[in-house]
Design a protein around this ligand. Structure first.
Ligand code: SF4
Ligand code: SF4
Length: 370
C-alpha cells in the first residue's frame, strides 16, 4: 500500500508536469488573429501558433483543392479569397482548448490513483465497476471529448515518424503519459480510464442480455488480428510491402475505424458509421470487441503488461483449483494466469477485478509482486 501511495503521488506529479509542458505554448493563446494577405500560409500558422494542417482542414470544407496549394507563396497569390484564411484561423483559435486537455490528463492520473488505492480493497468490485464505467463514459468521453485518447497517441506518433503532421513535443509527451498510465497496473488506462473501452463494457454490462450468449474471443485470434491490422497500417502509412504493391502511401487505416469519434459523431468516418450498429451489437455479446480485435494501443499495452507494477496474483496456498475465476473472467486472461506455465505475454488482462470476487477462498489479490 505504501509503495502504491508513492507510485500514485509520482504519477499525479509527472502527469501535471508533462501535460503543462506539452500544452504550454498554446495555454497563453489569445484570440487575436495576426493576418496579412502578404503572409504565406506557413508564416500565418507560425505567427498565430496554429497548425498549418488545421488551417487547410478548415479551408477544405469549401474547396478540397486547397490541399494542393503552395505554402510558401503569399496567400493573396494562391487563395482566391484570402479573407477565408483569416476566418479559418479565428475558428481554430476559438475551438482550441489546451486547458481542457491538461485537465483531462490530470483527472485521469488522479482517478486512476484512486482506483488503484481504494477500489481494489473491495472484493466485490463487479458492481462498483458497472457504475464507474458509466461515469468514465460520461466524464472522459461525453464531457471531455474524443481526444486525447490512448489509440490516437500511438497512431499520431507513427504519423510523426512518417513526417506527416503533429507537434513532436505534444505527441511524444502524450504517448509517454499513456504508457505510464498503462503500467501502474496491468493495462490500467485501458481497463479503467479509456472512454471507448468503457462504452463497450457498459453495453456489455446491460443486464437484459444476461451472459447466456457471451463469447470469449480466443487470445490467439485477438493477437493475430491486431498484429495483422498493425502490419497493414504500417505498410499503407510508410508505403512499403503491401503499400508498394497497391501503390499507397500516407494512408492511415485507423482513421477509418476510429470509434473514439462516437464522442464526436460528425467526425466519424463513413465506414465506421455504416458499421456502428454491428459494433454496438457485437459489444453486447463480446467483451470489448474493438479493444480485442482492432485497437493498436491495446496491443501495445498488452506488451507493457509485462512491466506492470500491479496485477492479479493467485496465492497458490489458498487456491483449491475450483476454476471459478477462469469462468468469471470475460476474456482468456485468467485461463492464462491460472494454467499457463509461462509468466509473460499471457492473454490481455484488463484489471477488471471480477475474478477477485469470484474466488470462494479469497486466493486472488490485485497487488505488487511480494
Ligand atoms: S484497447 Fe480499448 S481500452 Fe485500450 S485504448 Fe484501445 S479502445 Fe481504449
Ligand atoms: S484475469 Fe480476467 S477477470 Fe481477472 S482482472 Fe484480469 S481480465 Fe479481469
Amino acid at each position: 500500500m505504501k509503495k502504491n501511495v508513492i507510485l500514485c503521488i509520482s504519477l499525479i506529479l509527472i502527469t501535471a508536469a508533462l501535460s503543462f509542458y506539452m500544452k504550454w505554448d498554446s495555454l497563453d493563446l489569445d484570440n487575436t488573429v495576426i493576418f496579412s494577405k502578404d503572409f504565406t500560409l506557413t508564416q500565418l500558422a507560425e505567427k498565430n501558433n496554429v497548425p498549418i494542417k488545421e488551417i487547410l482542414h478548415n479551408l477544405s470544407h469549401e474547396d478540397l483543392s486547397v490541399w494542393e496549394i503552395s505554402r510558401k507563396q503569399p496567400v493573396k497569390a494562391v487563395i482566391t479569397n484570402p479573407e477565408s484564411v483569416r476566418e479559418a484561423i479565428e475558428h481554430i483559435k476559438e475551438h482550441n482548448q489546451p486547458l481542457k486537455d491538461v485537465i483531462k490528463y490530470i483527472l485521469w492520473a488522479v482517478y486512476l490513483s484512486l482506483v488503484l488505492l481504494f477500489v481494489f480493497r473491495y472484493k466485490q468490485i463487479k458492481k462498483i465497476r458497472v457504475v464507474i464505467m458509466i461515469a468514465v463514459v460520461l466524464l472522459f468521453g461525453v464531457a471531455l471529448g474524443a481526444t486525447p485518447n490512448p489509440m490516437e497517441s500511438l497512431v499520431k506518433l507513427f504519423k510523426l515518424l512518417n513526417n506527416m503532421e503533429g507537434n513532436p513535443k505534444v505527441l511524444v509527451s502524450s504517448f509517454i503519459l499513456f504508457s505510464i498510465f498503462s503500467v501502474i497496473g496491468s493495462k490500467f488506462i485501458c481497463g479503467w480510464g479509456c472512454q471507448l473501452g468503457a462504452i463497450q463494457e457498459s453495453i456489455f454490462n446491460i443486464p437484459i442480455f444476461k451472459r447466456k450468449h457471451q463469447f470469449k474471443i480466443p487470445f490467439v485470434l485477438s493477437l493475430f488480428l491486431r498484429l495483422t491490422l498493425l502490419g497493414v497500417f504500417l505498410a499503407l502509412l510508410f508505403g512499403f510491402g503491401y503499400g508498394i504493391v497497391i501503390g499507397v502511401k500516407n494512408f492511415v487505416i485507423y482513421h477509418h475505424i476510429n470509434y473514439f469519434k462516437v464522442f464526436n459523431l460528425h467526425d466519424l468516418a463513413l465506414v465506421s458509421l455504416y458499421f456502428l450498429p454491428l459494433f454496438v451489437l457485437l459489444s453486447v455479446f463480446v467483451y470489448r470487441p474493438f479493444c480485442q480485435l482492432i485497437c493498436p494501443f491495446g496491443l501495445y499495452s498488452w506488451v507493457l503488461e509485462n512491466l506492470a507494477f500491479n496485477k492479479v496474483r493467485i496465492d497458490e496456498k489458498k487456491c483449491t483449483k475450483c476454476g471459478k475465476c477462469v469462468s468469471s473472467c470475460p476474456t482468456e486472461a485468467m485461463k492464462g494466469i491460472y494454467s499457463y506455465k509461462r509468466k509473460h505475454f499471457l492473454p490481455d488482462c484488463w484489471s477488471c477485478g471480477i475474478c477477485i470476487g469470484a474466488c470462494p477462498t479469497g486466493a486472488i489479490e490485485y497487488k505488487r509482486k511480494s
